[in-house]
Ligand binder design. Structure first.
Ligand SMILES: [Zn+2]
Length: 129
């Protein structure tokens, strides 16, 4: 069984919510070479608590493979309590309950099946709390 290099590289942030806190205070998930404000490179590893709020969201009605069968679904830009900004699908919710500022929690879920052998990739999605 093969696992794609990209997926393996992303496991620390997908599985354990390991993010970077830069010396200027900016937090990034996934990890990056330079801080989001482009002012410094020095950082330490932190683990996000997995709670945050919706900054903006959209409902996807038409998606490309491999997400065609999952439509419609909600995707949100979320800011965690630590200040990291990430994009995640919001699941198990009524779309009418989605609001900017709504509190969410990141949960561990199946993300997609990859390649002809259908390797299952896991990662985080969000639920309203
Ligand atoms: Zn910085």
């Amino acid at each position: 069984m093969a696992i794609s290099p990209r997926y393996t590289r992303e496991i620390p942030h997908r599985f354990r919510l390991e993010a970077q806190k830069f010396e200027c205070g900016a937090v990034s998930l996934p990890n990056r070479y330079v801080c989001p404000d482009n002012c410094c490179k020095k950082s330490k590893k932190i683990t996000l608590k997995g709670k945050g709020k919706i900054l903006t969201y959209t409902i996807i009605y038409i998606a490309s493979d491999p997400y065609t069968r999952a439509t419609p679904f909600a995707v949100a830009v979320i800011e965690t309590e630590e200040g990291a900004r990430l994009t995640a699908q919001v699941v198990d919710c009524n779309f009418d309950d989605l609001k900017i500022g709504a509190k969410v929690e990141l949960i561990f879920r199946k993300i997609m099946e990859e390649g002809p052998s259908g390797i299952i990739n896991y990662g985080y999605k969000a639920i309203l709390i």
